[in-house]
Design a protein around this ligand. Structure first.
Ligand code: SAM
Length: 329
């Protein structure tokens, strides 16, 4: 048996050192490939982990060597008190990197406080710079507030700020150069993402293969291989003058499961081992029982043993029925 504080390693020899924590499965947007209009299958409020429970779990993970934590959702900025929670998590021994993913609709008002609370890196989802197109993709008219949020984040000094753009064939794949110019102008890192077949909405997305797009950008900007902090599964390229960095998240055209280092905690306390598989374990019953920290650590280790080798997005695209907002994207 591993000593209680030994690091987390799965059956395939991968070290798990990154935890994504979903603060809510709700979102104010209805992105066509993510959360469908009319979706109602949200977690019951009574099942949401409260901040003490989240802090306890994150603290235990940190003791197990998981020092990188990302707050996500749903839309994490919809959860009241997120700034206070961020401060509590950043203060935990062993948490050395706290980041957040957001759609930025609520970011303008919270960016400075989030930065002060210890969130250092920010990923902002933005699939188009054209107001009407963004409205069609997200179901809401949000370009104005999102850009205000981004500029507030820039002033607050997050580094880096990454723009997540899900590339959709025939929808926004003609806008990558505009997005690159926008990122160069503001010093943002661009991350292009292939749509994944999670949930019905993900499966009906207009998938675009990023390999040809990568080759075209590589030639156009004379891009070189690069390492970007918090790189995760993205493969990055950088322009020779260093002003443009672009990452490619290619779960379908070139999967990166062999290097997977993460697990996801959903708002109801379910630990998901893989975005593209159903292996999971609910920690909520233990958290709401007199279980000791040692009991929880044993459960976490048992969950890590369930981590599958890889997703089956290509072989079995119908497999994952839960939407991304539920797992914590
Ligand atoms: N609301 C936050 C945001 O907008 O970043 C965090 C949650 S959101 C689910 C996290 C990321 O997942 C976003 O960049 C979103 O575009 C991406 N995403 C959602 N569904 C997806 C899918 N089917 N395929 C690929 N990416 C997806």
């Amino acid at each position: 048996m591993s000593p209680p504080n030994a690091g987390l390693r799965d059956r395939f020899g991968r070290t798990i050192d990154y935890l994504r924590v979903s603060l809510t499965d709700r979102c104010d947007l209805r992105c066509s490939y993510c959360l469908p209009e009319g979706y109602k299958d949200f977690a019951d409020r009574g099942d949401w982990l409260d901040f003490d429970e989240i802090e306890r779990i994150v603290g235990l993970f940190a003791r197990l060597g998981v020092g990188r934590v990302r707050l996500t959702g749903g839309e994490p900025l919809l959860r009241r008190g997120v700034v206070q929670l961020a401060g509590r998590l950043k203060a935990l021994p062993g948490v050395h990197d706290l980041s957040l993913s957001t759609n930025a609709t609520q970011l303008a008002a919270q960016a400075a406080a989030l930065r002060r609370s210890g969130v250092s890196r920010l990923n902002v989802s933005l699939d188009s710079l054209r107001a009407e197109r963004l409205r069609r993709i997200t179901g809401r008219d949000v370009l104005g507030p999102v850009l205000e949020g981004l500029m507030a984040a820039k002033r607050a000094g997050f580094g880096p700020i990454k723009i997540n753009m899900v590339v959709l064939r025939g929808v926004n794949d003609d806008e990558i150069d505009d997005m690159a110019a926008f990122c160069i102008e503001h010093g943002f890192v661009l991350r292009l993402i292939e749509a994944m077949p999670v949930g019905d909405s993900g499966r009906s997305a207009q998938f675009a293969d990023l390999q040809p797009i990568r080759e075209r950008l590589q030639q156009r900007f004379a891009l070189l291989d690069a390492v970007v902090s918090g790189g995760g599964p993205a493969r990055y390229l950088k322009s020779p003058d260093g002003r443009f960095s672009v990452g490619f998240i290619t779960p379908l055209s070139q999967h990166f499961c062999a290097g997977c280092n993460r697990v996801r905690l959903s708002v109801d306390g379910t630990l998901y081992m893989c975005l593209g598989q159903d292996h999971s374990l609910s920690l909520r019953p233990l958290l709401r029982s007199p279980a000791s920290d040692a009991d929880l650590i044993t459960a976490v280790r048992a969950a890590i043993d369930l981590k599958p080798e890889r997703h089956d997005f290509r072989k079995a695209p119908g497999k994952v029925v839960r939407v991304m907002a539920r797992t914590g994207g």
